[in-house]
Design a protein around this ligand. Structure first.
Ligand code: TNX
Length: 579
């Protein structure tokens, strides 16, 4: 069944059209037939389920009895085949069975931890050679499937749920989808009496691009490890798989380097506005890396060179062109500082720093910045970058840098990060022709430090205002002139923090735009549809609220106003009256 009486409304953009108890068919997206082979339909409640529902209602009055539609997922899955006859309700005695594999078992434990607080169910995890969904949830690792490195298949039937994938990463993404298909109350940290209904059918899903990321600038303002872990949680929900940490800038150096200890003791003690700054010890950084890895997210550390280095120069004046320590910098200008490209000591510094950061970083990437080094020009700049690219390669890592790196000679595998706003740059296109791959972060679509609207209390507007639609309506595959989709590694949403001072600020700018960028990176073009996205995104609001996550209530999104945590109230009420 897809609709029940007293159902939580599907989040249609024209709320007046909502009819309680009837699936909001009119608001269902119209992706291409290939993307959604089986037509979605309004369906009749199953009598047995209704009876059980009524029984539960007698005990506790609930807000949500209808399962979400199978397509109510962000980012949009590749293929959705609803089976209204196959809805399933998670029982209190459900077991999570999983293929006997440590990484898969870790995903099963993660799922159990997501579901236990709100359900109050024990949800034991059991390894099995052949995981069985009967009455529970089975996570099946099957290398023979053609689901790719991150794809998954989710089957919801009257027998239970099965997630199949060739990798633990695929299982993890499938689990995130499963999570979104449960009632929003699943996000509650406290036990909720709820009917944990899931919509029947099959989702087959895989990402469009292999690299989907967000960047957090921890240099302009420093953020505690806990804040970073929370950002990682947000990434994981939306199937982003890279966290780029902008670890160094003029205003602060945030990562411990044993061979150059003053980088943090001196260079880390400042931030924009004059606050105390801070830095990550190697143990802190390892904690971030491992928390991310547990969520199939790779950390990309950035040491910004040769510019954006005032904090390093304060700590070690020998790196400065005039060998004089500049004053600490707590403003927000860019482009004034640089390490001396003519001094060999600078390359010792670079090799030591990158060597220690590489040793701490299991992922393949090392980001060397390269942006806004306005005072290091022409061949001096390209010569510096070429040496640093080589240092990165010798460390066994793949070099990533902002697209200003483009004029430097190509090095196998190198990746440029596009942050332009004009969608065309012949130098970048030429670098791509020579083999560079591109991470696309257009300043005017993906920069999460841009304001939503003129009255957004924090953020910039140099790249324009970015409302949710602007964050959503662009195509990384065609965005940069003369860069073919095959050269696009993926997308990234950078969050610069000149004006961002707290986790609440981070979340205000991240949500709800992060899911928009996530969808642009994950979902096939065939599913790209603003009206559909807007309605699916609206459904995320109650989840964030229930989880205690603050977000910007962007006016173009039809956020539901239904109370999220079930309270004693009349189930015949709907939230339509509020609109
Ligand atoms: C440009 S984007 C920068 C950063 C600023 C940001 C503010 C890039 C590579 N450099 O240094 O923080 O604008 O939006």
């Amino acid at each position: 069944m897809g609709g029940t009486p007293a159902g939580e409304p599907h989040f249609c953009h024209n709320r007046r059209e909502y009819t309680p108890g009837v699936a909001a068919v009119s608001t269902i997206p119209s992706p291409s037939p290939a993307a959604l082979p089986a037509p979605l339909s309004a369906d009749e409640p199953d009598a047995g389920v209704l009876a059980r529902s009524a029984e539960q209602t007698a005990v506790t009055v609930l807000t949500a009895a209808a399962p979400h539609r199978l397509a109510d997922v962000v980012p949009a899955p590749r293929e959705v085949r609803p089976d209204p006859a196959a809805d399933w309700v998670l029982p209190a005695d459900a077991v999570i069975t999983v293929s006997a594999d440590p990484a898969a078992t870790a995903v099963a434990e993660h799922l159990a931890e997501l579901l236990r607080p709100a359900t109050g169910y024990p949800l034991p995890v059991a390894d099995a050679t052949t995981p069985d969904r009967a009455g529970g949830i089975a996570l099946v690792l099957d290398e023979a499937t053609d689901l790719g490195a991150e794809g998954y298949r989710l089957d919801i039937t009257t027998d239970g749920v099965r997630v199949t994938a060739a990798t633990a990463a695929g299982l993890f993404h499938g689990v995130q989808t499963l999570r979104q298909l449960l009632p929003a109350t699943i996000e509650s940290p406290n036990q909720v009496t709820e009917r944990w209904a899931l919509p029947g059918g099959t989702i087959t899903d895989a990402p469009r691009f292999p690299y989907r990321g967000a960047m957090l600038d921890v240099a302009r303002h420093f953020f505690a490890v806990e804040d970073v872990l929370r950002v990682i949680d947000h990434l994981a929900r939306y199937k982003l798989n890279h966290l780029h940490l902008h670890l160094t800038d003029d205003q602060g150096w945030r990562i411990a380097v044993d061979s150059w200890p003053k980088l943090t003791s001196v260079g880390g003690a400042t931030e924009v506005g004059g606050g105390p700054g801070g830095h990550y010890t190697k143990t802190d950084y390892a904690r971030i890396v491992s928390y991310a890895a547990d969520r199939h997210i790779t950390v990309v550390p950035e040491i910004d060179l040769p510019g954006h280095t005032n904090s390093a120069l304060v700590a070690y004046p020998e790196l400065a062109p005039d060998k004089i320590a500049p004053p600490p910098y707590t403003g927000t200008e860019v482009g004034f500082s640089y390490v001396d490209p003519a001094d060999e000591r600078t390359y010792d510094f670079v090799a030591d720093v990158l060597g220690e950061v590489a040793a701490l970083t299991p992922g393949p990437w090392l980001h060397i910045g390269g942006d806004e080094a306005f005072k290091v020009k022409g061949e001096v700049y390209t010569g510096f970058v070429e040496r640093v690219q080589r240092i990165v390669a010798d460390l066994g890592k793949t070099v990533v840098g902002w697209h200003q790196l483009a004029p430097a000679a190509h090095l196998d595998g190198r990746v440029l990060q596009w942050w332009g706003t004009d969608s065309a740059d012949p130098t970048t296109a030429e670098a791509v022709r020579q083999g560079a791959r591109l991470i696309v972060s257009p300043g005017n679509h993906a920069y999460l430090d841009m304001k939503y609207a003129p009255d957004t209390p924090i953020g910039h507007d140099w790249a324009g205002l970015i409302d949710v639609r602007k964050a959503y309506d662009w195509d990384p595959g065609t965005h940069v002139a003369d860069v073919p989709a095959e050269a696009v590694l993926g997308v990234e949403a950078p969050l610069w923090t000149e004006s961002v001072t707290s986790l609440a600020d981070i979340e205000l700018l991240l949500l709800p735009r992060l899911p928009a960028i996530a969808e642009v990176g994950w979902s096939t073009r065939a599913t790209h549809d603003w009206a559909d996205f807007r309605d699916r995104l609206a459904g995320q609001g109650p989840r964030w609220t229930t989880a205690g996550i603050t977000f910007h209530r962007a006016p173009e999104i039809p956020w539901p106003t239904t109370p999220v945590i079930p309270t004693q109230r009349d189930t015949t009420q709907t939230d339509t009256a509020a609109h």
